[in-house]
Design a protein around this ligand. Structure first.
Ligand code: NAD
Length: 488
């Protein structure tokens, strides 16, 4: 059965080689945040569906692990070609259900394709080490073996890319995979799953299970599932990590963020402002790498804020699918309300709004729009300085020295990414060394590591050991074995 045969407006799950629409709960609408319209219906799978999929995945694993790795990557080569062919179509779906601009969407799809490219290198990536005659007549080498059934649970903000931090690596390494995407954006991962199936991935090697909490809990507890990859907010990341590790599973759980952008007095101001705008307001601030606190050092604050406010006021908020729009809506009316609540709180706690996004002028009132917001005079203890808002709200905490700026950054409970803007190599080097953050940029807008480098933060931004993609993904999805051999 194909997705279309289930029903045009229904987003189906792909379980045991079939497109299915589970019937245990009433389907939920998928909303286009640009205008509030329902664009599809999503049936949620149940714990019984997860059990069925896990059994099928386990059976498939017993064969897939024995397929030579050079053959396992062949469907991924075909997948890359199909993704490239359908990149614009995927990006259009992504904009419709997520709201991000057409440019942000196509950039995301390109990043997703890079993950597949890197996973195609698995024959080299999963090689072990070897040394003959470690003692007289004894040889030693290491091999990497797949774990079994792996599962991925992903957030709403990167529905094309984040799932591909996971399954291309897991599958190429010889595992089978169950993907549970965000229920807010199920259409993009469904389209990319269709292409994976078209690329010839064998039945049971990849399955797509749509749903909510019931599906997640079933995945975390299922005895046949050996590893969980999670990306989402910190409270859920922590919960997933604690629950699944207690079940003896391997877990990588990437959480939320509160990212600081430190501006030194010698920074190139026009370039810095351009980078801050892109970091804070790109994808409506709904990136885990979004800058949400600017820390100007010394007397740079005045000229920096003047230019930043001027450029922010010129941003055009509207339907992300339309040309000339710089910032689309946030994901939902509910999330918009939450962000507006944070802006109210910022005013209440004494921060000074230089740009107030509570009225997104000119945008469709049926959509979930928040205008770009900048708060000056923010103090480290304020709610807007501490909590992840995940929207286009930028706080300014002024610091007198680099030391003071580093203290502000390190006081955060989060440690996902940060950037320093400076022309001083010494200041940049010191910053890179001293900040307690997983991904550190110098003069960057968004320091997103490429597919062949690892991706993850520190502190409450990450629970686990091995990060996403790069070599860490190879190590995460494989178990190492040491072989010692002596022949008489
Ligand atoms: P979320 O935590 O609400 O949801 C993520 C996933 O968890 C979804 O699939 C959802 O269905 C599931 N989930 C939600 N509540 C659950 C519960 N109570 N029990 C079990 N499962 C549950 O996150 P979101 O709103 O979709 O995404 C935004 C968050 O993701 C932000 O905090 C952002 O910083 C974070 N994020 C982090 C990274 C990173 O690399 N660290 C990347 C992207 C997004």
């Amino acid at each position: 059965m194909t997705t279309l045969e289930v029903e045009v407006s229904t987003v189906a799950s792909y379980i045991a080689g079939q497109w299915v629409a589970p019937k245990s709960v009433a389907p939920q609408p998928v909303i286009n945040p640009a205008d509030g319209s329902a664009i599809a219906m999503l049936p949620y799978a149940s714990a019984a569906d997860v059990d069925h999929a896990a059994q099928v995945a386990h059976k498939a694993f017993l064969e897939w692990r024995d397929v030579p790795v050079v053959d396992r990557v062949q469907p991924l080569y075909r997948y890359k070609t199909l993704l490239e062919k359908h990149a614009q179509e995927i990006a259009d779906i992504l904009t419709r259900e997520n709201g991000k601009t057409a440019n942000d969407a196509i950039m995301e799809v390109k990043r997703a394709i890079q993950m597949v490219e890197v996973a195609c290198g698995m024959p080299s990536l999963m090689m072990g080490d070897s040394l003959n005659d470690v003692a007289k007549g004894i040889d030693c080498h290491t091999i990497r073996q797949p774990l079994g059934v792996c599962a991925g649970i992903t957030p709403f903000n990167f529905p094309a890319m984040v799932p591909m931090w996971m399954f291309p690596f897991a599958i190429a390494a010889g595992n089978t995979f169950l993907l549970k995407p965000s229920e807010k954006v199920p259409m993009t991962p469904t389209r990319t799953a269709e292409l994976l199936i078209e690329a010839g991935i064998p039945e049971g090697v990849f399955q797509l299970i749509h749903g909510g909490r019931e599906v997640v809990e079933a995945l975390l507890h299922h005895p046949l599932i050996k590893a969980i990859s999670f990306v989402g907010s910190s409270p859920i990341a922590k919960l997933v990590y604690q629950t699944a590790t207690a079940q003896g599973k391997r877990v990588q759980a990437l959480g939320g963020a509160k990212n600081h952008l430190v501006v030194m007095p010698d920074a190139d101001l026009p370039k810095t402002v351009e980078a801050i705008l892109s970091s804070a307001f790109g994808a409506a601030g709904e990136r885990c790498l979004a800058g949400s606190v600017v820390v100007p050092v010394g007397d740079v604050a005045g000229p920096l804020l003047q230019l930043l406010v001027e450029k922010t006021q010129a941003l055009h908020v509207g339907d992300g699918s339309k040309a000339g729009v710089d910032m689309g809506p946030v994901i939902s009316a509910e999330h918009r309300k939450k962000i507006l609540g944070y802006i109210d709180k910022g005013v209440e706690e004494g921060a000074v709004p230089l740009c107030d996004g509570r009225k997104a002028n000119g945008a469709d009132p049926k959509g979930s729009y928040v205008g770009p917001t900048i708060f000056d005079n923010v103090k480290p203890g304020m709610t807007i300085a501490r909590e992840e808002i995940f929207g286009p709200v930028l706080s300014v905490i002024r610091a007198r020295t680099l030391d003071e700026a580093i203290d502000v950054v390190n006081a955060s409970d989060f440690g996902n990414t940060t950037t320093i803007y400076t022309q001083s190599g010494k200041a940049a080097r010191e910053y890179q060394a001293r900040v307690e953050v997983g991904m550190v940029g110098v003069n960057m807008a968004v320091s997103a590591p490429m597919a062949f480098f690892p991706f993850a933060g520190w502190k409450n931004s990450f629970f686990g050991d091995l990060h996403a993609h790069g070599k860490d993904a190879v190590y995460f999805y494989t178990e190492q074995k040491v072989l010692m051999t002596r022949w008489f």
